[in-house]
Design a protein around this ligand. Sequence first.
Ligand SMILES: NC(=O)c1ccc[n+]([C@@H]2O[C@H](COP(=O)([O-])OP(=O)(O)OC[C@H]3O[C@@H](n4cnc5c(N)ncnc54)[C@H](O)[C@@H]3O)[C@@H](O)[C@H]2O)c1
Ligand SMILES: O=C(O)C(=O)C[C@@H](O)[C@H](O)[C@H](O)COP(=O)(O)O
Ligand SMILES: [Zn+2]
Length: 361
Amino acid sequence: MEHLTISTEDSHYPVFIGEGIRHQIEQLLPESYDKIMVITDCTVEELYLKDLEDAISPNRDVFSFAVPAGEKSKQLDLFFECHTKAIENGLNRRSVILALGGGVVGDLAGFVASTFMRGIDYVQIPTTILAHDSSVGGKVAVNHPLGKNMIGNFHQPKAVVYDTQTLLSLPPVEWRSGMAEVMKHAFLADKDMLKQCLQLPHFQKVTNETLITLLKKGIQIKAKYVQKDEKEQGIRRYLNLGHTLGHALEAEAGYTHLSHGEAVAIGMDFALFLSQKYVSNASFPISEYRNWLTKQNYPTTVLENYYIPSLIERMKSDKKNEDEQIRMVLLEEIGKPMVFPFQIDTLQNELQAYRNEVKNF
Ligand SMILES: NC(=O)c1ccc[n+]([C@@H]2O[C@H](COP(=O)([O-])OP(=O)(O)OC[C@H]3O[C@@H](n4cnc5c(N)ncnc54)[C@H](O)[C@@H]3O)[C@@H](O)[C@H]2O)c1
Ligand SMILES: O=C(O)C(=O)C[C@@H](O)[C@H](O)[C@H](O)COP(=O)(O)O
Ligand SMILES: [Zn+2]
């Protein structure tokens, strides 16, 4: 088992990474909590809840609540239902919430933990590739019909227990979603990692060993930003590469049809398109990235299904914005991101131009 540490101003917590470590959850819990609430989703419940329950000492008081699988569960009604279950089952300030699942469960359960009795402990037990990103850093939230992650908090977990064995049951669409955030971390920080990502065979043929190496690198890159800027006053914004358009696409899709990572992958391509036009001396392998998107079956032409003014309307409520301008994360070169402000009309024209360009992908 490997062990990284995340240190922010107010918290230090371990990220344990290893095969089969869900079976060691009892030893990995940071404190002896009196009651445990497991929040999971129905798919992960079937696959891994029993393993977790079996691994927890029979002396402990454990109960679970499973939400439907998918992005739609990041909503206030289910957030409220989690609170109801917590109160009914006597959860208290000496209790802990275990978030067993992907980023949806992690964001929802983390938000519940951050608000229940004004904040209790939680532990992330991520089960998706994407959740190498979401389980670290303490951003917790639910969506509003008008925008992604609009209702949320910063609340760091007490520990992250990443059992890489659980990734073996992920379907191809979840590989695409998760690998987009891996690619984002590579663009933000590491030329060699980017090269390695671009050269990967079809995801179905990637070995678990290669995957785990990339996930560890991704977590370390994310940790650097979080540790320096926990509350996103500055450089943490770079972790939003691809998300300004990505979140608008997800919301326009009604939080169905398009996964978070797929939307971010398209959003990153748009960010690279803009970087080529607006950042002097911009240099990065955009055509290789586009070949990679096509080879790995990302929905590269998805923009055709959307009305550009509606996407722009969504992008106007992005959290990074200031002064009536839409602030996009662009790239000068690998490892050199920046925030670049756009007038709304300019960005609308550029999104139209990008849509025309990708028709000829
Ligand atoms: N908080 C953050 O910093 C942060 C970072 C990135 C993304 N996110 C959020 O994360 C969410 C996306 O997370 P996600 O992609 O993990 O989605 P998810 O949690 O919906 O999981 C994707 C699907 O995979 C299933 N699943 C999960 N683990 C499985 C396993 N081991 N085997 C088989 N199926 C499994 C789930 O049931 C679900 O249907 C988005 O809401 C996004 O906004 C948050
Ligand atoms: O941790 C961060 O900071 C990120 O931006 C990571 C993103 O991958 C993630 O999707 C995050 O939830 C986006 O946050 P938001 O503040 O743009 O809603
Ligand atoms: Zn993301």
